[in-house]
Design a protein around this ligand. Sequence first.
Ligand code: M6R
Length: 614
Amino acid sequence: MCGIVGYVGPRPSQDILLAGLARLEYRGYDSAGIAVIDENGSLGMRKKAGKLAMLRDSLTDAALADGTTGIGHTRWATHGGPTDVNAHPHLADDDKLAVIHNGIIENFAALRDELAAEGVSFRSETDTEVAAALLGREYAKSGDLQQAFRNVVNRLEGAFTLLAMHQDQPGLVVGARRNSPLVIGLGDGENFLGSDVAAFVEHTRKALAIGQDQIVAITPSEVTVTDFDGVVVEAQPFDVSWDAAAAEKGGWSSFMAKEVAEQPEAVANTIRGRIQDGQVVIPELDGLDDLLIGINRVIITACGTASYAALVGKYAVEQWARVPVDVELAHEFRYRDPVIGDDTLVVSISQSGETMDTLMAVKYARERGARTLSICNTQGATIPRESDAVVYTHAGPEVAVASTKAFSAQITALLLLGLHMGRVRGTASDAAADVAELQALPEKVAQVLAEENDHVAQLAGWMADTRSVLFLGRHVGYPIALEGALKLKEISYIHAEGFAAGELKHGPIALIEPGQPVFVLVPSPRHSALIHSKVVSNIQEIRARGARVIVVAEEGDAAVLPYADEVIRIPLAGALFEPVLAVVPLQIFAMALATAKGLDVDQPRNLAKSVTVE
Ligand code: M6R
């Protein structure tokens, strides 16, 4: 939820920290701050409520002395509102020590009481300041930051990434992680810490992943990783597969616009290297055939947009692999007593690989004996590390809070998984046709973007005053209806709901009044005349009640024309491949409508890209 960056090296750190924070701002943007140990060995700090720009302005108005050791933070508030005082860093030990934090310290109230009883007073409402005060107390005992830091993290409960530095030990930044992300960037005579590689990718693409409950100490020349007891452990090196330019807006009006446009490439990159001799073969699943044959059940778990991809995955895996699939919201999964065991494959889907709800679901599944596979877009992330196997989507960095290219890549990965499992289990029948559909997808996504972008954007412009929009779909169109509604809510703050079209008559049809805009995702009649005719009937039912109907239908489907106020066309595709195409106009619609309302599509209110609290 929060973004964290740390630097030690020969260069002045403020610009490095601010640039890192700019790349991490997607993680939280209600306040930001930096602390720097200056050339005279004094710790200076500045923090401001609001977006990073407020901090920059403040630093321009009144400079902070620069230095070569620093930490920076961009916040998504948990304890205490988004104010200057609650922003990070938090200071202790007579302001000689600075701490930044991502996550929630669950036992902070008890720790605060303990410190208050010793006479410590607090300036903020945050759990982080409690950790800072605790570190101050421990440092006073030993004068050794690493020792004091170990003592502190061993007392903390909950999920946290914590970074600290002390002015009496310049050239040293310490960090720790438990169920919250932290990666190390390895430079030449300088080293970095970040919530993810975006924090330092413009300086180095060499990184180390830190495991759970581990501590790192960086100096300009050394990186030491230990467990919480101080025993040295080996961190896993990896190379960042994208460069800084991939995380830049590059002339686009927003990251979201760029990421929507990047979908043909994202889908193509996810497929690349996973088709061999006309069949889908996912190399990462090599050696797992017995497992994939032996399982009797699949549970796909995820949150938000990723959970809608999961719903599409259910259709694909059941159809091709002939194994029952349930989709579970990750935050519900472990709070009941699900029937899982070693014959269950739990597939988690997460763009960030850090979503706490999903991570906890994966851990719970493992504890219960299930095998786990993650579909993830972020190298070095926690969820893949906690899973038995990982299938990466190669969508590239997704910065806008509203997920777009990651979603199409997730569906693509699930299509690949279904076909891979179908091949292994001997249940998929027409590999050649399905592979041809897969290979044609990027081109077809590009076609939707080229042919419908202006039309849909114009439609959104006309509807900028709309107060509510409904989305209907059947079969794989249903998850796309849910996703269309989520996109619109998320960035345009308009009430939107997605429904299974057949469910309408069981209640939601009461919402239809004259002029109510309703998007209807119409499946191809070539796949099922029955499903198609049912959806056309649903359109007639809402039209009869005055709805303004916007249809998304395949080229040439004339049956919808008499009942549609607007028709958005997508190219012909196999039934299970249609969602990747049908979602594109809904993304464009949400983005254009939010833009017409003058909203920031990349950083919608109250949200953060990566939800690392439960
Ligand atoms: O990083 P994840 O895929 O695990 O994130 C899951 C959801 O938080 C995420 O998809 C969220 O719903 C998006 N903001 C939707 O656009």
